[in-house]
Design a protein around this ligand. Sequence first.
Ligand code: ADP
Ligand code: MG
Length: 706
Amino acid sequence: MTSETNPSVRTRFFDTKIEFLKGVGPQKAALLNQELNIFTFGDLIQHYPFRHEDRSVFHKISALNEQMPAAQIKGRLREWTIVGEGGKKRLVGQFVDGTGLIELVWFQSIAWYEKYLRPNADYIVYGKPLLFGGRWSITHPEIEPLTQENASGGYWQPIYPLTEKLRRKFVDSKAISKMMRSLLEISRAHIRETLPETLVQKYRLVSKADALWHFHLPQSQQWLHQAQRRLKFEELFYNQFRLIKNKLLHKTEFPGLVFNKTLLVKEFYEQHLPFTLTNAQIRVLHEIHEDLKTGRQMNRLLQGDVGSGKTIVAFISMLFALDNDAQACLMAPTEILTDQHCQGLKKFADLLGVNIGKLTGSTKKKEREQIHKELLNGTLHIIVGTHALIEDVVRFKNLGLCIIDEQHRFGVAQRAKLWAKNEHINPHMLVMTATPIPRTLAMTLYGDLDISAINELPAGRKPIKTVHRYDAHRTSVFGFLKEEIAKGRQIYMVYPLIEESEKMDLKDLMDGYESVSRSFPGVPLSILHGKMKSQDKDFEMARFVRGETKIMVATTVIEVGVNVPNASVMVIENAERFGLSQLHQLRGRVGRGAEQSYCILMTDYKISKETKLRIDTMCRTNDGFEIAEVDLQLRGPGDISGTQQSGLMDLLVANLAQDGEILKAARASAEDILTSDPDLLQPVHQPIRVHLENLRKEETNWSRIS
Ligand code: ADP
Ligand code: MG
């Protein structure tokens, strides 16, 4: 066996303690241990930079412009002086390159620079150029003496994650680069290829050894790009490989009830369908039916924008279960939502003679016992409820399908509890979410679920008109609201409520409520916020649903699922304080009836560029997936709801906002290999086996350390 294929050789070399690397030694090693958790050669080589600075070209001072994020200039430091006093004290150097002059300014470590800098010596400086009163300057530039080695530029400087302490000890990115060079020079023979040759060739990837070299020591932008592409592919490939493997395991290990009879489904479809289904609804129902026939347990995510019609899809899916002597349940996160689902589904159920019940925390004891009994003896076919459904006392005769609405409000543990409600064979699972997430995120977040998407709204919907108004326009906005109320419509007015400043926000809400009641004399109002008792909330909500109150002044508690078709205007106060997906969710509360609906985003005059982009996006489109894409670009994957707990943040090189194409290719490759050679028996797939084994070892090491 060569070192390329024998993992033990690789492991031994990369397990070498970092202090034995040329130029490191015990002191620096201790620092690296402490500050960066770098103990071995292997740890160092996997300490990846988070970006690279372009040091390939030198800029002329005469050709600088303010759009440049940074510039590298080669020239002479003529002289420097200390100016200012106290906090304004700074060292200002005059730097020239034959085409112009630029000032270098340091506010910190002045004493050190006084000692370090030599007048009339040549340097390379790097930093963000700014123009003040016709004069260029860079504040806190990086500066290093010009030498033979650096005189030609031509490289990209990796920027590594570091700590303040390391910087104080002069371990900066350049210093890390030096260590990296020593390490890479002796590592080459020990770096194993981690991807099968077939993939390397198919996607024209550079080798692992080349990728590591050029990620740490890029000699050109092309090489850097190739190195990144290769490492991203590898990272996403293994991410997907594990998710898909999990999913396949589930499919082979967990048998599912076979639902192949379709009597009620046919009856409902042919005689009682209240509207024509959209093509997307039909497609999704086919996907679900396919799963239900296979004899394997379904685990499917149904994504669909607010108002796309997930409920009817859920109902028809339940009928598949009923047709095959099984029961179905639907779990929703709130009582309000549960009520609505129950009312909606009961209309359909009654047409078919199907029994449906409701179970929530406020179901009376006697009624609750009756429901428990009927679920157990099978006379109750469908149960809709809140968390109350997962209590142990709730048992079924034969639960065949569980549907969870607004999945992101529940945890995985709750899903598992529902599974266990059928002792013989796990029920099929359909989780629904109205928070659209971009495909790349869905693939990684829900990579172990099958995904269906309703990407089309029912025909004839009037798109919600969204506008941006400043606080100064309040009078005209209120005037418009009065007209809508006169037409019989209802209105939501939403105030932000963010936990850290809850008290202040609550005051904002109460002030808002006062001002609304003054501006709309005689108009009945409701108020709703998270600090209210659950019964009070339900009471207020119920009044609004019945149309007894005309304006609902609320915090974001109304965000999820509420359906009041007569509400046609959503006013969002301090819209700058909401994220895009939240704005979109809130807007989804209107536009549910036949009338034209409106969303009015209120802000101050002064808003940031990013806020402007969010608001413009809202005004431009109603498409949740498009909005989710913008959200992803703006905030990065880390801040999108649900990603925090998912391990997604472990991605070191790939960026889901940008690497969608690589992700798709990596996923397809993982799928291919797992279907054609699930046990990785072919020799060409051996690198995968070895690498998975190493990943597993690394993870156990890490869990020991942290
Ligand atoms: P969501 O996906 O947000 O849960 P719902 O299932 O509540 O959406 O549907 C929103 C509204 O659209 C409901 O009033 C529903 O009856 C109606 N609807 C659903 N599908 C169609 C369709 N194909 N044609 C017309 N109306 C539909
Ligand atoms: Mg819904």
